[in-house]
Design a protein around this ligand. Sequence first.
Ligand SMILES: [Ca+2]
Ligand SMILES: [Ca+2]
Ligand SMILES: [Ca+2]
Length: 413
Amino acid sequence: MSNRIWVVALFVLALLVVSSGGVVDRAQEQVQFGLVHKIASGGWGRNRFVINPDVKVLGNTVYVAYADRYPGGDIILAKVENATSPEAQITPIVVAQTQGPSIEPSLAAKGTKLCVAWQEGIAGSNWDIFVACSSDGAQTWGQPVNLSNNDTASGWIALFTGDDWPGNLWIEMSKDGQNIYVVWSELEDEKMFLSVSNDGGNSFSAPQELNGDGILPRFPFLKLLDAEDAPEVFKDKLLLAWADGMNDFSDLRVSFSSDGGKTFSDPVKATDNPGFSDAPECVVSGNSLFCVNDDTTTNPDNADINLTVSSDGKSWSGTRAILKDGAFPTIGSRGQNVYVAAENIAEGGSGVIFTYSTDGGKTFAPQLIIPNTSGPFDEPQMAVGDDGTVYIVSVGGVSRQSTEIQLVTLKLP
Ligand SMILES: [Ca+2]
Ligand SMILES: [Ca+2]
Ligand SMILES: [Ca+2]
């Protein structure tokens, strides 16, 4: 090769390096963060926290479910109008007044239908899975239904180390609000169960045992892939994802139902790596399914947020870190945009960590901390509006003094 061609090649290479770096920097600067709204405040301690937020958006109205842990505390649904404005109107609504502690709500919302599933403390170590629905945009709520109705710790699962974790449940709803799916884990028999309503939440089926037998199914997640633009291979399927907690190299498993939850395909591994892979959430963008989880493979002393991608639900891309020092990720998408937020578990770190892709998951922006968010628990969840606005809820406050439910909005240019 002549010297002249070498010079041109090096010049082009330099140009590419400079311009691609520049694009990322400009995009990062252009994330438009809204104000952080304080949705609720609470104290410190098991019976004083406000905690476990979940979020959905319907048109211009944002709904935030959370647990208010006064003694016997209940699930609250905050209706937020004008969430992108400093003058947001926040109306808290009690979903159900129940005798026992009510924790770990999972929220589904389509049209004017909202349903919340949660863990209800019954007595001693007995917790059950409750669900309640509203058909009028959260104004009035039906009586809660007990889905698990057994005398063991429903919604809890033990890690291989022996620690018991709550929050092992998820709710999903079809776009017409008629079909509702609730999945949860049972501590005692280490299995997952599914209960389904096909009449808009008026009645639910008896619990049906799912795959996961004997592998400590942690943090089950459901996603109904019924969007108009869902890829043909996934269209109208119900995705079930979970992590097995049976050993320190646990992996994500995924399975699909094509018949409304009656039967599921054999589980496949969405990760297959030597680290502890936990807490999956998944979303479709373009023709692919994206799952995030926290994982010690790329960060043995802590955990990173990893991404694994599939275009057929069977073969998966495997382990790729997209956020450093994170746990309990949440993922959303709109078109080619993919958004990921997670709890910040860097030593001494605080605030929700965030990254995004504008090219369908090929590249991700450098890690950000969302301004004005703070620990101590974070627990972020995300919803993406039709106009591309991203809504992220988290638990902030002051460690050992107070907790608050935070809602932040952000938008890409
Ligand atoms: Ca209660
Ligand atoms: Ca129970
Ligand atoms: Ca693993």
